[in-house]
Design a protein around this ligand. Structure first.
Ligand SMILES: [Zn+2]
Length: 196
């Protein structure tokens, strides 16, 4: 897949037909390699601090034109290893990191908000860095950990954990202790009777 971007605005353009000429101004495209000295900022992912190295970038030779064409191979694999890094990050996730993780796991904002018992509007403010603790888009450590667990379980095949973490059922405050009556029937534990 080949995408052309103009400046830093992540505008999706039609694929470049001729690799030699700029599809915006017709000037010659020059191919350069993103190196560790000149890494490619992967801002179209929504993450500000991700840089790609060793990928070919074609840039328009016209100084007046900021057209750029970049081919990113195996995007799904790249996003998977970025997800793993973010899930094991030692610091609280930023709003844009939460959005990246959520989108890559295929979870709708409304759905994640319900799982966290927060409103979609609040989650949106968090992801945009406009709310949360210290107004930096951070949720507290408990919500942060819950988000990571929800994301991790979407990639796992653990049915019990999926049922627990992906359910949108609200936990209610308990009025009185619940009773679990566990009958032993012929050396086997039978169905538990639950009463409140
Ligand atoms: Zn151009």
């Amino acid at each position: 897949m080949e995408l052309t971007f103009v400046g830093n605005r992540a505008k999706r353009r039609r694929p470049v037909v001729s690799p030699q000429a700029c599809d915006l101004c017709g000037a010659k495209m020059i191919e350069q390699q993103a190196t560790s000295d000149t890494p490619y900022p992967y801002t179209i992912s929504g993450l500000k601090n991700v840089f790609l190295v060793n990928i070919p970038i074609k840039r328009c030779s016209s100084p007046a034109c900021a057209a750029e064409s970049v081919v990113i191979p195996q995007i799904a694999a790249l996003h998977r290893i970025l997800t793993e890094e973010l899930l094991s990050k030692r610091f609280l996730l930023s709003g844009s990191e939460i959005r990246f993780l959520r989108k890559n796991a295929g979870i709708a904002a409304k759905s994640l908000a319900a799982k966290l018992n927060i409103t979609p509007a609040y989650l949106s403010r968090v992801e945009n860095g406009k709310s949360g603790k210290n107004k930096k888009g951070l949720l507290g450590p408990q919500a942060d950990k819950l988000i990571r667990a929800i994301i991790a379980v979407t990639y796992s095949h653990d049915k019990e954990a999926s049922k627990l973490l992906l359910s949108e059922t609200e936990m209610l405050p308990s009025k009185r202790p619940m009773t679990f009556t566990c009958p032993l029937n012929r050396d086997r534990w039978g169905k538990i009777a639950v009463a409140q």
